[in-house]
Design a protein around this ligand. Sequence first.
Ligand code: SF4
Ligand code: SF4
Length: 305
Amino acid sequence: MPKTIIVPDNFTYVPIFLTLSCQLRCSYCINFHGDDLLKGRRMTKDDWINGLNKLQIRPGLPITLQGGEPTIYKHFYDVVNGVDNRIEMELLTNLEIDVDKFCQNIAPGRIKRRQDDYPAIRVSYHHGQSNFKELMARVWELTKRGYSIAVWEVGHPGYIDDVHERQRQATSLGVDYRVKEFLGPWNGKNYGTLGYSDAVNSDKLRHCDCRTSELLIAPDGHIFRCHSDLYSGRLPIGHLLDEEPPKLGEWRYCDVYGKCNSCDIRVQTKPYKAVGHTSVQIKNISEPYADSRQIFNVVNTYGKK
Ligand code: SF4
Ligand code: SF4
């Protein structure tokens, strides 16, 4: 009998990266910044189903199927339907799907947050990649058929008027279309609210202790403490199929403060998360120990599996 993985009650997010591949090619996509991300092994459907069914997870905390684009994982529908119904599920997708096939394979109630009405299928519109009209037609069709769904577009300052015009058009079609905060540097200005200074895109590295409130599972089943570690394949804290469950939510030492991912460091604004929440907590931040001359070597070797 495999041991259960008890997800601590203070955890707020359980992203399941079924694959990091995608059929779109957004220029800003982190998944295409390094070959390593796409070469890694993907788990079989049985390993995903057996592994995810080991999760003991509080009501109200869903697992979030994402990627890459999760719907192109070969056994996407098998995994959705193979995971126990006691485990709530949500989906992040670009919705480049066949709507009829999706509806034939997934009942509206399967991908749903049971304790609130926050949309459980969260579609991303990608400027220059998604076909707006076709995407809105698919979203409207799923809305009509009773799925919990909405669209998000990043409010990029370079084309924010276009974003608002798309939102206006979508709303007039009956589609729930939301604008999310742009994070990062643009035209000499830093956008977004980050909980720790010099943690992202820094030219210096520092040591620190870090504790996460998320359980991130990579396509090969390895479990990571943060997005930066997952995308770098650095220091997995366990594997979904390990006999001994990983220790979750502990303080751990880190050598690459400065190369954190904004997903982990940003101050969250989602309505179901506490005001001011960041995915990780960080303490004991040292003085810089590596600058731009050494940073490349450290980041490319530290903790690689
Ligand atoms: S849709 Fe998402 S995963 Fe796909 S290329 Fe664009 S940003 Fe990357
Ligand atoms: S300090 Fe940054 S890179 Fe290190 S574990 Fe925490 S979030 Fe990840």
